[in-house]
Design a protein around this ligand. Sequence first.
Ligand SMILES: [Zn+2]
Length: 434
Amino acid sequence: MNRKYRNEQRPRSGLLRGREFVMKDAYSFDIDSESALKSFELMNEVYYKIFKDFKLDFIKANADSGSIGGDLSYEWHFAGESGEDTLFVCDNTKECGTAANVEKLHPLRENGQAKVADEASARYMLSTEGDLVAVYYPKGRSLNLKFIESEDLVDLDPKWTDKPAAKVLDKFQTKTEDGTEMQFKNVVRLMDKQVQPGTKLPDFPIDFSRSRMTTFENLDLVEAQEGDSCPSCNGMGHLKLKKGIEVGHTFYLGTKYSEPLNASYIDRLGKRKFYEMGCYGIGVSRLVGAIADLTRDKLGLRWPAKIAPLQLTVITATDPKPEVTKLIERLQEQRDMLFEVDTSTLGMGGKLMKSKKLGIPLQMIIGENNFPLVEIELRGQRFPAENGEYEYLKKFEEKKDEWKWSIVEERGTEKHLVHIDFADQVVPLLLKDM
Ligand SMILES: [Zn+2]
């Protein structure tokens, strides 16, 4: 776990996007790609379990590995409307379930053939050499510059990728003082795969000899759209858009870093080989921000039990009885559960409200009226296990008489009444589903 710093241009949303953040990172080093892929998959299984524990809807998406590179990577996102990333999820959840970053997915080619667009749009850019790059793509679709770059056919000049056509063409046609430069410049035409003979092209806007144009065809230049056939299951499913908040990333790096850094070993045959690497990160502070944002309600925070700073607040009447001291001792023995006994000067109502606003999943109220029954209120959300069942219910059926355990609902809040001698056993049962 590390503090990291990034020269973030637009710090915002508190912990979600800051210049300083806490990150959990890990690296794997293996002797060959087979074992490196095993490490990668093992780590992905661990990440799956970690994200499952937060009980929130998450998406493991095929990612564009961007500046870190490598052959294979996954982005781990919480699904939520406030997310900044756009993901596609295939609606054929049983057989496919593909999830991918919009920057990783190309529209489907059916039987190797792309659909033919009726009409193409053109966008003009300049290369670093000053050549004119004319990009043709189906009208109404979104061009993605990263796709152009990954085709590796031209080096786009970033200053000239989003200027109006007239300015680009003007710049392209500007002659040097002796008037010679134009003849050394070229025109490169890039055609999306859906732009085919039969597609209506816009007129070429300047006078330029066709013989000096270079054309590349059948390229993947546009983004998929919601409702498109899914390319992963060959059109059995359709793509749905989801917003995601990225909180983790796993990369298979291969020798991308070990080679330039000469991280190597000598194998059994005496040959020098580079380590095969993986790297894995969870943005811990970002994760906290994202979960807070996704789970909060009108009253305040509402943490899942696994990430709550405390799982329980104990609120007692002014005159604690010996049974209470014993209960607190038994709670202290539960090593994986953190709780507080609120000893502030607030009244019982004030203590209850404070704990709820902080998002602590459970409040235990030990008052005078019902004693020896104590009341456990649920602030946290409850989620069923994968089989759709709730853990505590089985135990409830078994023990309700012995433990004097009953469940009531008051103004939308679920409350459990239980004999003080068994209250410490009910707490972990309730937390399991929260
Ligand atoms: Zn699919």
